[in-house]
Design a protein around this ligand. Sequence first.
Ligand SMILES: [Zn+2]
Length: 83
Amino acid sequence: MSRSKIVQSKINQSTISLFALIVVVASLVSCMQESPPETPPQNVQHYACPMECEGSKTYLVPGSCPICKMDLELVERDFNSKI
Ligand SMILES: [Zn+2]
């Protein structure tokens, strides 16, 4: 057979390899984009004085404010946004 046919075959193989590489890279990139960057923030329930007598201090259990004696309000604080 002619030599050009062998060269053509090698080009095809390299093209397939390159295509496979592109597919792998594309799938990796798309997979990275689909997955969430971090675990979703966990909103923890807290109780805080509605008058904020103690600033941003919160309690893990419901009760009354030790300063103004008002009932603590349920708040959901996002720790990630607090940093
Ligand atoms: Zn208070």
